[in-house]
Design a protein around this ligand. Sequence first.
Ligand code: ATP
Ligand code: MG
Length: 1045
Amino acid sequence: MRYQGREVDIEGRVRLVMESALTARDRVGVQDFVLLENYNSEAAFIENLRRRFGENLIYTYIGSVLVSVNPYKELEIYSKQQMERYRGVSFYEISPHIYALSDNTYRAMRTERKDQCILISGESGAGKTEASKKILLYYAVTCPTNDQMPALGECLLQSNPVLEAFGNAKTFRNDNSSRFGKYMDVQFDFRGAPVGGHILNYLLEKSRVIHQNHGERNFHIFYQLLDGGEDDLLTTLGLERNPQSYQYLVKGNCPRLSSVSDKNNWKVVMKALSVIGFTEEEVQKLLNIIASVLHLGNTQFGEGEEGETYITTETKITSLTKLLGVDGSALGEALTHKKLTAKGEEMITPLSFEQAVSARDALAKAVYGRTFTWLVEKINQSLALKEEIYHSGKGCSVIGLLDIYGFEVLQHNSFEQFCINYCNEKLQQLFIELTLRSEQEEYETEGIAWETVQYFDNKIICDLIEEKHKGIISILDEECLRPGETCDVSFLEKLEDTLGGHPHFVTHKLANGKTRRVMSREEFRLLHYAGEVNYNVNGFLDKNNDLLNRNLKEVMCQSDNQILSHCFRKEEAIDQKRPEMAATQFKNSLTKLMEILMSKEPSYVRCIKPNDAKQPGRFDEVLVRHQVKYLGLMENLRVRRAGFAYRRRFEAFLQRYKPLCPETWPNWHGRLSDGVSTLVNHLGYKAEEYKLGRSKIFIRFPKTLFNTEDALEAKRPDIALTLQTSWRGYRERAKYQRIRRAVIVIQSGWRGMKARRRAKRRRQAAELIRRLIKGFIYRHEEFCPENEYFHDHVRYSFLKNLRKNLPKSVLDKSWPTPPPSLIEASDHLRRLHMRNMVAKYCHRVQPEWKKQMMQKVVASEIFKDEKDSYPQGVGRLFLDSRLEREQINLKVVQTLGSDKVQYGVTVVKYDRRGFKPRPRQLLLTNTFAVLVDRTKIKQRIDYAALRGISVSSLSDGMFVLHMPNEDNKQKGDVVLHCHHVIEVVTKLSMMASKVNYVNISPGSIRFVVARGKEGFIDFVRGSELKVAKGKRGHLLVTAPQINSA
Ligand SMILES: Nc1ncnc2c1ncn2[C@@H]1O[C@H](COP(=O)(O)OP(=O)(O)OP(=O)(O)O)[C@@H](O)[C@H]1O
Ligand SMILES: [Mg+2]
């Protein structure tokens, strides 16, 4: 992320560096002439153009007018990226460009919903057609497309190569000179997508079909056909590949162009025709006509002996007639004869040689000219706004593009130049009117006092040319129609008569000596707004008449070539009324054009040609000065500067310069005009330097603006820093806010969840408590739903508690008190647990220990609760023997033999009589016990014979072994005392299997002395153990009191 950030940063910096380099470059001179300090100086104007041209900056503004200088080389400024750069950007924010103008016009059309037009003017070769193509391309690329007319943009673009092939030619001034005027409407739908187009064409230079000046060519299409057409096609058309074979192509002696490839262009044109929607048949018919013009040019005439004219190239006329689709003989006849109607009668008179030649040429011009018009109509059909869009109810807006011949001054100027220059006068008139009008309107709407601007109003020249009855065109028409001998010279004389004394009209006769020297007698001079032009009257009448013999028209009407039959209407041949003269036709079409343009919001592109050599990098000052003059650019600048050099809407001005004043920076919250006023006061503008309108500030001198710009430039690092700081602050704050919001969301989510959990727990707890209480209340009832849970809980709690508090050892008798319902189960469990503990215990018990245990158990069975000393001895272990092996005399062991001593203990034997104590060892074997006095076995007691064993219930160690008394041999019972009485008695009784024979007497023991006599041992409790003779010969044993605690 950080890395990315750095990348963005680097990219941003690079862009900034590049942009500043660009703007630095753009800052060469001024981008807008309005900002020229010395705006009255033509030299300063041209110097600015020159400096910018030197840096390939070919575009400069005069206010909203774009001045373009032909670079004569491809510049890298027309790419798609450049289009994007200018898209939607305000006119003044970015360096001047044709795209800026295009975009501005487009946006004005969309936002203001007003039709627009772009007027492109300039002299031949200045780049008008190129400019119009760039504009069209900009719209085709950047505008959205209409679903119903997706290919319209392409059609609009493709109309150019077709019209150029048929209407452009190489001239002395331009290798691709448009020889007709063109006005093109592009219609846009409500979404701004181009949906239709319409072209109006003006005054094709038809004379070029039959004649070209030296170094010039006929229209491109002828050369393209001959160079690019396939062999088969040329054969069908009866053509040779060599242009030199055709009279109409040899006049200029310039068959090839170095700058363009006719062959490639042929392919382009053919493709364009199919894109536009020409059928193959239509293309074929079109080419037939083009070929027929060439054939017509090669039709030669001869003069007969009687002065009649005949066709010398009769053999070639067949292919011509085939191509034209007319009757051969009728055509031959029409080319050499004229049909006249006099007093209602038709007469056919032969033509002279010259008349036949001019009839042929007239036919060639008419055929070509009308075909060109058909071509434009045909293109219009495919560009036409489709019905469904037209009727969709959502109004279309239009941008018109006028690419029309510029002011033309040649060595020899003829009728064509007259028309062209007249057209430019009209456009200038429109320009002045619209510019001044809009300027004036702006001052009015802004409430600024308007100072009248002195400018040259060319109405006087327009009137001179077009005024009814008195204008040159009227006089020309009159002269053409006048019966009797008329010629070009008589026309000139008529002009002199009528217009003599007019300040803008001079002839050789009317001129002073100085002017006379540069004028011929056949010329008249017009002082156009752009300069003086001498027109040679030769050919004026013919060209104005533009007559085609009626019988030629009739032949052409019969043509089976649909294009020609469409171009030459039958009605025309029948109609006796004379058609309008060429100049009048032109005047009328211009009037219509002016109406069209007046109804639209105009933008201007003024093209300038930097040199005549068509070379890049050359800037011919004289040539440029001339154009600056006749394009009226200085005048344009003066008008623009008459009031104020610079104007800008309050918001735009404030937005740009607000950093220069602490009160307006960073934001002005009051009224805009107050903000601007505060700003300019802070900047120290003097009262005469500016005026505030209703929505705009007007600055009179460029210097004021430049100073402000410089101040802004100096302030920029500070602004950048402030912007950077606040941007960073903003970004961090936004980040912090984002995190904070996220934290709050997480927090509230978490808290909500916790609260919900807690609430749930509480609910469950409350429920539980309720159930428990209820259960408690019903606890004594039968098992029912109310107490079910309570009982379960009690049981569960008991079991859980039990689990924790189970006795750890078998001796631990504790056991939790069970609830009544679990008493039985509790007992079971207790037993189970005990058993389990016992089982575990037993598993762990060793054999010795087991033996010990068994003995202890037996001891317990015998003595428990019977003898006082028992509890004391429980914890003491029984030993295997109380005598060590060495303590038993060897002799005794030997005497015992195989009966091993299992247990030995020291005892005291009391004599049965006298109770004399004698120390003895009591040894137990498996089958008998012996009493041993040191080395001697004193008495053997067979277990089988043992009748019983008696002990007292007190804590003494006395025990009596009862022997059988039937046998007299027996000595009687044995009275013994031992400190380990319980151990000895237990072991003995076990070994002798006489456990049940142990008798515990509480007060006294009776024993048998030999031969049936008996003795007694009495037991009493005392402080210490004492064995003594008591009363009546009893043995009295005092057993110590055992403290049970
Ligand atoms: N912006 C441009 N960039 C590059 N070359 C240009 C540009 N404008 C014009 N040219 C060059 O100048 C030549 C003449 O331009 P263009 O045909 O537009 O002149 P024009 O004003 O239409 O002349 P005419 O009145 O004879 O028709 C073009 O063929 C082209 O080579
Ligand atoms: Mg052109």
